[in-house]
Design a protein around this ligand. Sequence first.
Ligand code: ZN
Length: 83
Amino acid sequence: MRISLATIDSAAQIIADMGKHVRFTEQEPCCAKCGTPLAVYYCESRVYAVRCSTCGTVTLTKAGNPHAACERVGIYPPKEEHT
Ligand SMILES: [Zn+2]
């Protein structure tokens, strides 16, 4: 299936608008770009929207649970060393 840029653009806009109205739940994995903890929203059929509130990016991913969805998109913050 081919997806045009316009389709992606409008889908991204729909998701961004959706993000203003739905409640995202913050998770431990962080945005790989800016380090902000990612937030996740369950869409349907194991599809999750993972959002970075700082970058304004929303990623759709399929996963078994919200945490796994964030792990697919983000990174874990470096663990603090306790000496
Ligand atoms: Zn970010």
